[in-house]
Design a protein around this ligand. Structure first.
Ligand SMILES: Cc1cc2nc3c(=O)[nH]c(=O)nc-3n(C[C@H](O)[C@H](O)[C@H](O)COP(=O)(O)OP(=O)(O)OC[C@H]3O[C@@H](n4cnc5c(N)ncnc54)[C@H](O)[C@@H]3O)c2cc1C
Ligand SMILES: *[C@@H]1O[C@H](CO)[C@@H](O)[C@H](O)[C@H]1NC(C)=O
Ligand SMILES: *[C@@H]1O[C@H](CO)[C@@H](O)[C@H](O)[C@H]1NC(C)=O
Ligand SMILES: *[C@@H]1O[C@H](CO)[C@@H](O)[C@H](O)[C@H]1NC(C)=O
Ligand SMILES: *[C@@H]1O[C@H](CO)[C@@H](O)[C@H](O)[C@H]1NC(C)=O
Ligand SMILES: *[C@@H]1O[C@H](CO)[C@@H](O)[C@H](O)[C@H]1NC(C)=O
Ligand SMILES: *[C@@H]1O[C@H](CO)[C@@H](O)[C@H](O)[C@H]1NC(C)=O
Ligand SMILES: *[C@@H]1O[C@H](CO)[C@@H](O)[C@H](O)[C@H]1NC(C)=O
Length: 605
């Protein structure tokens, strides 16, 4: 990298001058949005001491002027990355970034934040961005400065938390990633319990979006309150969880964001805006799964409920009795406070069958998926509990990758089930601590795909979907001795009227239980058949209006954009309309090329 810089330094110097000149020109010709805002916007603006006088009047241009990067940017998608000339293009982006870097540093000034050029890899190593600008603001003025400078330079900014998403929700190459984890609140603590009042007759918690779920959980437990929507790991941020409508697995639990009653966020003009669900119910139908497209969320206020002490029970049950039996399945999911079901394929082989498989590589004739077992974890309110029994949060004893064990190949299913068998049959926790958290895989990487389908009252749709995955897997094990997935984790979420939430009450409302099943399955991204099963699944259940979890792996499925657009239909239009109505991002500052394929370009700018 240093070498490249030296060789090209003369060229770069020339470009810097040119670029500064064009910036000045841009500033000068800037069509400033009037500072007299319509009343409905004005009342959402929160006053923050703003030191950046020179920027305070700079808003966004009305005309769309592409940045110097625009024509060489590739979409943030994996197909593009395999193209032969990808390296050359990426080099070109990098060279222009060196120039932009100087300009960004100059315009942001000494009060920061620092801007770095970084290579980005997400948690499961399935998204690689060759180079982007990385900033990690610590106060709101720094956030405002970045946004205003980016707007001036026609660059795009996307907020991120811990990078746990598997979908291309990140900034495009050459643009700005704003890591919000160190952002401090200017008018209070990072987490605050708010007592019921005349405004809201229930407890709420105000939390900065960069706070990790495990930090929030500790705070909730200490204050004896809970949120009934607990994802399967606690190391992601509140902002990431809300933006992607992350969820737990309970009959009465919605997506996490559905509990949000108030939010403050920085819009694309750098203004801090405040919205409450009571006053802006329509906007909240978008914000609870906003995908980062409405601004940089600063803090959110969520509704909490008194915590319960719960009893967690681990059971190993025959797969056939639960997943091929509508009555049993229905009773299990609807009668327990929370339910986690895991199937690890090929887990019922006995000692001699295992030996035979090791010796010959042959799948025993007697094996079938229906003969396998599932690990059923149920969580319910405990009756009388001795305080000393209450345990804190536990990590799953995975000892390897997410789906279970450190054994590789087909025998991992059995090893994973053995780990589940080794768990204590009963433990007690406060509600938020009752969920088994996941550690990162020790070997390689494992990704996850999750599709939602509305559960009908006869449980026909959820069981058909679950059985499809089981039988597809069984066929590949039989025919090829390999498995397309390492784990199937059917989960459930209560539907809401949020426009683009996958657990969506506007989709298939007839005979609906008001809940969706989540068909979540895990495998290393390169595992044989993993892409095939995702693709076959979504096309097979298209008629049942299947939709992907926004944060998981689906962008590799051909035609997925059409499927997403079709399934949400008018929901997408309403989502787009609320972006326009509240003037949060008129010029697509928070957009990326992946999401633009779904939501389109701004019609205002
Ligand atoms: C091991 C593992 C287990 C998981 N388990 C579950 C589960 O049980 N249930 C479930 O539903 N999901 C689950 N997920 C998915 C996870 O909840 C989401 O990917 C979540 O978005 C991750 O949060 P993050 O902090 O890493 O956000 P990131 O992935 O860094 O960001 C996601 C997106 O959120 C937006 N965003 C983040 N912060 C802000 C902000 N302050 N303002 C505006 N936009 C913002 C941006 O659009 C960003 O691109 C799991 C993921 C992993 C890796
Ligand atoms: C949680 O995330 C942090 C920051 O990315 C990381 O350093 C840490 O190892 C993670 N912890 C677990 C248990 O995954
Ligand atoms: C779900 O909520 C309803 C209404 O509050 C309650 O009657 C029911 O028992 C709850 N069910 C479960 C499984 O928690
Ligand atoms: C294992 O299963 C086979 C059938 O595949 C059966 O014949 C054998 O008796 C079983 N062995 C044990 C130890 O259970
Ligand atoms: C609670 O459990 C602890 C440890 O099991 C025991 O010592 C104690 O006597 C119990 N207390 C009551 C009130 O049962
Ligand atoms: C795999 O896990 C088992 C049980 O958790 C452990 O005993 C064993 O040492 C592990 N093996 C390796 C290679 O890590
Ligand atoms: C079958 O397995 C082999 C390797 O064992 C692999 O190359 C091939 O792609 C697999 N076929 C299918 C359909 O998964
Ligand atoms: C809903 O259930 C009723 C009674 O079981 C049935 O007659 C009807 O066809 C169902 N409707 C749909 C859309 O499934």
């Amino acid at each position: 990298m240093q070498m490249k810089w030296t060789r090209k330094s003369r060229l770069v110097k020339g470009m810097v001058h040119l670029a500064f000149a064009s910036i000045l020109l841009l500033l000068w010709s800037q069509d400033v949005v009037s500072s007299v805002y319509p009343t409905n916007i004005a009342e959402t603006i929160v006053d923050v001491t703003d030191e950046d006088i020179i920027f305070s009047e700079v808003s966004q241009t009305k005309k769309y002027v592409p940045s110097v990067l625009y024509e060489i940017l590739g979409p943030l998608s994996r197909s593009k990355r395999s193209m032969h000339n990808e390296y050359a293009r990426s080099d070109l982006v990098y060279n222009r970034m060196r120039v932009l870097h100087l300009m960004l540093k100059y315009l942001i000034g000494s009060k920061g934040p620092e801007v770095e050029i970084r290579h980005f890899v997400n948690w499961d190593k399935t998204i690689l961005i060759d180079n982007l600008f990385y900033v990690r603001p610590t106060n709101i003025q720094q956030v405002q400065r970045i946004i205003r400078v980016a707007a001036m330079m026609q660059m795009r900014v996307r907020a991120t938390g811990n990078g746990y998403s598997r979908a291309p929700l990140y900034p495009d190459e050459g643009n700005i990633m704003m890591d919000v984890r160190d952002l401090a609140r200017f008018d209070g603590p990072r987490m605050e319990l708010i007592k019921p009042s005349s405004k809201r007759d229930y407890y709420t918690v105000k939390v900065m979006t960069g706070v990790f779920l495990h930090e929030l959980n500790t705070f909730l437990v200490n204050n004896r309150v809970a949120v009934m929507a607990e994802p399967l790991q606690n190391n992601d941020t509140i902002g990431g969880i809300v933006s992607t409508s992350s969820h737990g697995s309970s009959w009465n639990g919605t997506g996490f964001g559905d509990n949000m009653v108030e939010v403050r966020m920085i819009d694309s003009m750098g203004r801090l805006r405040r919205f409450a669900r009571e006053q802006h119910p329509e906007l909240f139908k978008s914000l609870t799964c906003g995908l980062g497209l409405f601004g940089v969320m600063y803090d959110i206020t969520i509704k909490v409920v008194p915590t319960k002490v719960v009893k967690v029970e681990n059971k190993i049950v025959p797969l056939y009795s639960l997943l091929y039996n509508a009555a049993m399945f229905g009773q299990t999911v609807s009668n327990n406070l929370a339910t986690e079901i895991s199937w690890y394929p090929f887990n019922s082989v006995n000692k001699s069958e295992t030996q035979e498989y090791i010796n010959s590589g042959k799948i025993p004739d007697e094996w079938s998926a229906k003969r396998d077992f599932v690990w059923l974890r149920t969580i319910n309110e405990a009756e009388m509990v001795n305080q000393s029994w209450i345990q804190g949060p536990n990590f799953l004893p995975t000892g390897g990758s997410l789906s279970g064990s450190n054994v590789t190949g087909l025998l991992r299913g059995k090893a994973a089930l053995d780990l589940a068998r080794s768990l204590p049959p009963v433990t007690y926790h406060y509600l938020t601590d009752a969920f088994p958290y996941l550690k990162p895989p020790r070997f390689g990487s494992e990704t996850s795909t999750a599709f939602m389908i509305t559960m009908d009252t006869a449980y026909r749709r959820p069981l058909a979907a679950i059985q499809y995955i089981i039988e597809f897997t069984e066929r590949q094990i039989r025919s090829n001795g390999t498995t397309p997935i390492n784990a199937l984790l059917p989960r459930l979420v209560m539907n809401s009227d949020c426009h683009i939430c996958p657990a969506n009450s506007n989709i298939h409302p007839d005979n609906s239980t008001g809940r969706s099943v989540v068909i979540d399955f895990l495998a290393p991204p390169s595992q044989d058949g993993y892409y095939d099963i995702s693709r076959e699944f979504i096309y097979n259940f298209r008629g049942d209006l299947v939709r992907p979890h926004w944060a998981k792996r689906y962008d590799n499925i051909p035609g997925i954009m059409d499927i997403i657009r079709d399934v949400y239909g008018i929901g997408i239009q309403k989502f787009v309309k609320s972006r326009e109505d509240y003037t949060l991002d008129p010029c697509d500052l928070f957009m990326n090329t992946f999401l633009q394929q779904i939501f389109g370009r701004s019609r205002i700018c």
